[in-house]
Ligand binder design. Structure first.
Ligand code: ADE
Length: 240
């Protein structure tokens, strides 16, 4: 997979050289480059922002540098990711979808966002995905881009040594949060590992883990429970 990231703070993205995306690069699964948006400015001040048309607080990113950057970096058919709190929610399913793409270009906005015409124009020849990490506001797209790129890269075929750990983790196929995990010693500061995990009975262990995953999800994220667990699939009588 090829990933190009554009930002006015390229240093922010240095973390991509470390840890997980760094490993994907070493394995030859990921070809990643970070670009400074100001390289596509032509004025003395290398300006990337201007006041919002129609008035209001803050600044808006100018279309010209973004247009030229995307002309240079995004070939027809590539996928443009735009982290924004106004986007569609970035989930594990979206990460899975994106992990099948050949070329992602990530546009990190700052201030009040990027002039909408950049996205409208891009949509003529690119797949444009405006994505939000969650219901809170960050100062710019960089931190969200780091999270999204990491979530996508670890799904690249051949990246994870043990494909089973992908299947069992939170937000995996069953849609439940992951069960609690333990290692040795069996007793630590007066806390015991649950007895069932020491039993060697694989069926009992699997049943216990599933029950724990359901319990956790019910307590912490009831919105994730499959409809069969919450009874939502029952046919309800029509209300008069
Ligand atoms: N940029 C600012 N806030 C964001 C968020 N919550 N998700 C993605 N990008 C953002």
């Amino acid at each position: 997979m090829r990933v190009d990231v554009v930002s006015i703070f390229p240093d922010y993205l240095r973390a991509l050289e470390l840890s997980l995306p760094g490993r994907a690069r070493e394995k030859g699964l990921l070809d990643l480059a970070v670009h400074d948006l100001r390289d596509w400015t032509h004025d003395r001040h290398r300006a990337v922002d201007d006041t919002p048309t129609g008035g209001g607080a803050g600044m808006v990113m100018k279309p010209q540098p973004w247009g030229e950057a995307l002309d240079a970096l995004a070939p027809d058919g590539a996928t443009l990711l735009v982290p924004t709190p106004a986007g569609e929610r970035f989930t594990q399913r979206v990460a899975e979808e994106l992990s099948a793409r050949e070329h992602l270009v990530v546009a990190c906005g700052r201030y009040e966002g990027i002039d909408q015409r950049v996205l409208d124009e891009s949509a003529r020849r690119l797949e444009v995905r405006e994505l939000s990490l969650g219901d809170y506001v960050l100062n710019g797209g960089e931190v969200a881009a780091l999270a999204m790129i990491e979530a996508v890269c670890r799904l690249l075929p051949g990246f994870m040594g043990n494909a089973e750990s992908l299947a069992e983790e939170s937000h995996g196929a069953d849609g439940l949060l992951e069960y609690p995990v333990y290692t040795r010693p069996a007793a630590w500061r007066g806390h015991e590992v649950p007895e069932v995990l020491l039993s060697g009975d694989h069926a009992r262990i699997a049943a216990w883990r599933h029950a724990q995953a359901v319990r956790r999800t019910t307590l912490r994220r009831p919105d994730l429970l499959p409809a069969t667990t919450t009874g939502e699939t029952e046919v309800r009588p029509a209300v008069a």
